[in-house]
Design a protein. Sequence first.
Length: 215
Amino acid sequence: MPNYSNDDDLANKNPMSYRFRGFLPVVIDVETAGFNAKTDALLEIAAVITGMDKKGNLYPKETISCNVEPFKGANLEKSALDFTGIDPTCPLRNAKTELVALERIFKAVRHEVKEQDCTRAVLVGHNATFDHNFVFAAAERAEIKRNPFHPFSTFDTVTLAGLAYGQTVLAKACAVAGIEFNGKAAHTARYDTEKTAELFCKIVNRYRETGAWPC
Protein backbone atom coordinates (compact mmCIF):
# COMPACT_ATOMS: atom_id res chain seq x y z
CA MET A 1 0.00 0.00 0.00
CA PRO A 2 1.38 3.44 -0.84
CA ASN A 3 2.59 5.68 1.98
CA TYR A 4 0.24 8.65 1.66
CA SER A 5 1.36 11.78 3.47
CA ASN A 6 -1.68 11.75 5.77
CA ASP A 7 -4.97 10.00 6.37
CA ASP A 8 -6.86 12.62 4.35
CA ASP A 9 -4.94 11.64 1.20
CA LEU A 10 -6.01 8.03 1.69
CA ALA A 11 -9.61 8.93 2.50
CA ASN A 12 -9.94 11.00 -0.66
CA LYS A 13 -8.71 8.20 -2.90
CA ASN A 14 -10.93 5.56 -4.47
CA PRO A 15 -10.08 2.34 -2.57
CA MET A 16 -9.29 0.60 -5.85
CA SER A 17 -6.32 2.91 -6.32
CA TYR A 18 -4.32 1.30 -3.52
CA ARG A 19 -5.58 -2.31 -3.68
CA PHE A 20 -3.69 -3.50 -6.77
CA ARG A 21 -0.72 -1.13 -6.90
CA GLY A 22 -2.74 1.43 -8.82
CA PHE A 23 -4.05 -1.07 -11.38
CA LEU A 24 -7.74 -1.40 -12.25
CA PRO A 25 -8.70 -5.06 -12.85
CA VAL A 26 -10.71 -5.49 -16.05
CA VAL A 27 -11.90 -8.98 -16.88
CA ILE A 28 -11.59 -9.90 -20.57
CA ASP A 29 -12.72 -12.91 -22.56
CA VAL A 30 -12.35 -13.48 -26.29
CA GLU A 31 -13.81 -16.03 -28.66
CA THR A 32 -11.58 -16.75 -31.62
CA ALA A 33 -11.20 -18.85 -34.77
CA GLY A 34 -8.04 -20.52 -33.53
CA PHE A 35 -5.18 -20.28 -31.05
CA ASN A 36 -2.70 -18.07 -32.91
CA ALA A 37 -3.28 -14.41 -32.06
CA LYS A 38 -1.28 -13.25 -35.08
CA THR A 39 -3.09 -15.28 -37.74
CA ASP A 40 -6.47 -16.41 -36.38
CA ALA A 41 -9.59 -14.23 -36.28
CA LEU A 42 -10.88 -12.49 -33.18
CA LEU A 43 -14.67 -13.05 -33.29
CA GLU A 44 -16.04 -11.85 -29.95
CA ILE A 45 -14.69 -9.76 -27.11
CA ALA A 46 -16.21 -8.77 -23.78
CA ALA A 47 -14.95 -6.81 -20.80
CA VAL A 48 -16.19 -6.47 -17.23
CA ILE A 49 -14.83 -3.43 -15.42
CA THR A 50 -14.61 -3.99 -11.68
CA GLY A 51 -15.35 -1.54 -8.91
CA MET A 52 -14.69 -1.49 -5.18
CA ASP A 53 -16.93 -0.23 -2.39
CA LYS A 54 -15.71 1.64 0.66
CA LYS A 55 -15.50 -1.57 2.65
CA GLY A 56 -13.01 -3.00 0.20
CA ASN A 57 -15.38 -5.40 -1.55
CA LEU A 58 -14.78 -5.92 -5.25
CA TYR A 59 -17.78 -6.17 -7.59
CA PRO A 60 -18.53 -6.34 -11.34
CA LYS A 61 -19.39 -2.77 -12.30
CA GLU A 62 -19.94 -2.65 -16.06
CA THR A 63 -19.99 -5.06 -19.00
CA ILE A 64 -19.12 -4.12 -22.58
CA SER A 65 -19.23 -6.70 -25.37
CA CYS A 66 -18.95 -6.75 -29.14
CA ASN A 67 -18.98 -9.22 -32.01
CA VAL A 68 -15.95 -8.71 -34.24
CA GLU A 69 -15.41 -9.01 -37.99
CA PRO A 70 -12.49 -11.26 -38.98
CA PHE A 71 -9.61 -9.09 -40.10
CA LYS A 72 -8.59 -9.25 -43.75
CA GLY A 73 -6.73 -12.50 -44.43
CA ALA A 74 -7.61 -13.98 -41.04
CA ASN A 75 -7.47 -17.74 -40.61
CA LEU A 76 -10.75 -19.43 -39.63
CA GLU A 77 -10.18 -22.87 -38.14
CA LYS A 78 -13.25 -25.08 -38.67
CA SER A 79 -12.67 -26.94 -35.41
CA ALA A 80 -12.70 -23.66 -33.48
CA LEU A 81 -15.90 -22.50 -35.19
CA ASP A 82 -17.54 -25.84 -34.50
CA PHE A 83 -16.56 -25.57 -30.84
CA THR A 84 -17.94 -22.05 -30.31
CA GLY A 85 -20.84 -22.33 -32.74
CA ILE A 86 -20.02 -18.92 -34.20
CA ASP A 87 -20.80 -18.21 -37.85
CA PRO A 88 -18.56 -15.27 -38.78
CA THR A 89 -20.63 -14.57 -41.91
CA CYS A 90 -23.98 -14.25 -40.13
CA PRO A 91 -25.31 -10.67 -40.63
CA LEU A 92 -27.31 -10.89 -37.40
CA ARG A 93 -24.04 -10.75 -35.47
CA ASN A 94 -23.82 -7.01 -36.23
CA ALA A 95 -20.07 -7.44 -36.03
CA LYS A 96 -17.71 -4.47 -35.84
CA THR A 97 -14.16 -4.06 -37.04
CA GLU A 98 -11.38 -4.71 -34.57
CA LEU A 99 -10.77 -0.96 -34.41
CA VAL A 100 -14.37 -0.13 -33.50
CA ALA A 101 -14.74 -3.02 -31.05
CA LEU A 102 -11.50 -2.33 -29.20
CA GLU A 103 -11.96 1.42 -29.09
CA ARG A 104 -15.41 0.92 -27.56
CA ILE A 105 -13.90 -1.14 -24.76
CA PHE A 106 -10.71 0.89 -24.39
CA LYS A 107 -12.65 4.15 -24.09
CA ALA A 108 -14.76 2.76 -21.24
CA VAL A 109 -11.68 1.32 -19.52
CA ARG A 110 -9.72 4.58 -19.78
CA HIS A 111 -12.69 6.43 -18.26
CA GLU A 112 -12.84 4.05 -15.30
CA VAL A 113 -9.08 4.11 -14.77
CA LYS A 114 -9.37 7.85 -14.27
CA GLU A 115 -12.63 7.64 -12.33
CA GLN A 116 -11.20 5.14 -9.86
CA ASP A 117 -7.90 7.00 -9.36
CA CYS A 118 -5.85 4.22 -10.95
CA THR A 119 -2.81 4.48 -13.20
CA ARG A 120 -3.72 1.84 -15.80
CA ALA A 121 -5.77 -1.33 -16.29
CA VAL A 122 -4.61 -4.89 -15.76
CA LEU A 123 -6.23 -7.70 -17.75
CA VAL A 124 -7.90 -10.44 -15.75
CA GLY A 125 -8.68 -13.64 -17.62
CA HIS A 126 -9.23 -17.36 -17.32
CA ASN A 127 -5.98 -18.44 -19.01
CA ALA A 128 -5.18 -14.74 -19.20
CA THR A 129 -2.21 -15.02 -21.55
CA PHE A 130 -4.50 -16.23 -24.34
CA ASP A 131 -6.86 -13.25 -24.03
CA HIS A 132 -3.98 -10.81 -23.53
CA ASN A 133 -2.26 -12.00 -26.70
CA PHE A 134 -5.39 -11.62 -28.83
CA VAL A 135 -6.24 -8.17 -27.43
CA PHE A 136 -2.73 -6.86 -28.07
CA ALA A 137 -2.46 -8.44 -31.53
CA ALA A 138 -5.79 -6.89 -32.55
CA ALA A 139 -4.79 -3.51 -31.12
CA GLU A 140 -1.55 -3.66 -33.11
CA ARG A 141 -3.40 -4.50 -36.33
CA ALA A 142 -5.85 -1.64 -35.70
CA GLU A 143 -2.92 0.70 -34.97
CA ILE A 144 -4.42 1.75 -31.64
CA LYS A 145 -1.86 3.82 -29.77
CA ARG A 146 -3.67 4.29 -26.44
CA ASN A 147 -4.01 0.77 -25.10
CA PRO A 148 -4.99 1.10 -21.42
CA PHE A 149 -3.84 -2.40 -20.42
CA HIS A 150 -0.50 -3.26 -18.89
CA PRO A 151 1.70 -4.64 -21.68
CA PHE A 152 2.65 -7.87 -19.91
CA SER A 153 1.19 -8.17 -16.39
CA THR A 154 -2.09 -10.10 -15.98
CA PHE A 155 -4.21 -11.67 -13.25
CA ASP A 156 -5.12 -15.27 -14.10
CA THR A 157 -8.22 -16.78 -12.48
CA VAL A 158 -6.97 -20.27 -13.36
CA THR A 159 -4.19 -19.81 -10.81
CA LEU A 160 -6.38 -18.00 -8.30
CA ALA A 161 -9.17 -20.60 -8.53
CA GLY A 162 -6.65 -23.41 -8.17
CA LEU A 163 -5.39 -21.78 -4.99
CA ALA A 164 -8.78 -20.85 -3.54
CA TYR A 165 -10.98 -23.75 -4.64
CA GLY A 166 -8.74 -26.50 -5.98
CA GLN A 167 -10.25 -26.20 -9.45
CA THR A 168 -8.89 -24.70 -12.66
CA VAL A 169 -11.77 -25.26 -15.11
CA LEU A 170 -14.07 -22.21 -15.02
CA ALA A 171 -17.33 -24.16 -14.69
CA LYS A 172 -15.95 -26.38 -11.91
CA ALA A 173 -14.40 -23.45 -10.03
CA CYS A 174 -17.72 -21.58 -10.19
CA ALA A 175 -19.54 -24.64 -8.86
CA VAL A 176 -17.24 -24.93 -5.85
CA ALA A 177 -17.49 -21.17 -5.27
CA GLY A 178 -21.29 -21.32 -5.29
CA ILE A 179 -21.62 -19.35 -8.53
CA GLU A 180 -24.36 -20.48 -10.91
CA PHE A 181 -22.94 -21.60 -14.24
CA ASN A 182 -24.98 -22.57 -17.32
CA GLY A 183 -22.90 -24.81 -19.56
CA LYS A 184 -25.23 -24.20 -22.51
CA ALA A 185 -24.57 -20.46 -22.30
CA ALA A 186 -20.80 -20.88 -22.01
CA HIS A 187 -18.31 -20.11 -24.78
CA THR A 188 -19.79 -16.74 -25.56
CA ALA A 189 -17.47 -13.92 -24.63
CA ARG A 190 -20.05 -11.97 -22.62
CA TYR A 191 -21.20 -14.93 -20.51
CA ASP A 192 -17.73 -16.28 -19.81
CA THR A 193 -16.44 -12.83 -18.94
CA GLU A 194 -19.23 -12.16 -16.48
CA LYS A 195 -18.72 -15.53 -14.78
CA THR A 196 -14.96 -15.00 -14.63
CA ALA A 197 -15.57 -11.58 -13.09
CA GLU A 198 -17.86 -13.08 -10.43
CA LEU A 199 -15.21 -15.67 -9.64
CA PHE A 200 -12.38 -13.13 -9.47
CA CYS A 201 -14.37 -10.81 -7.19
CA LYS A 202 -15.36 -13.66 -4.91
CA ILE A 203 -11.76 -14.83 -4.51
CA VAL A 204 -10.47 -11.31 -3.81
CA ASN A 205 -13.26 -10.66 -1.29
CA ARG A 206 -12.77 -14.01 0.38
CA TYR A 207 -9.10 -13.21 0.89
CA ARG A 208 -9.99 -9.83 2.42
CA GLU A 209 -12.49 -11.47 4.77
CA THR A 210 -9.72 -13.60 6.27
CA GLY A 211 -8.11 -10.39 7.52
CA ALA A 212 -5.12 -10.85 5.25
CA TRP A 213 -5.84 -7.55 3.51
CA PRO A 214 -6.88 -4.52 5.63
CA CYS A 215 -9.71 -2.25 4.53
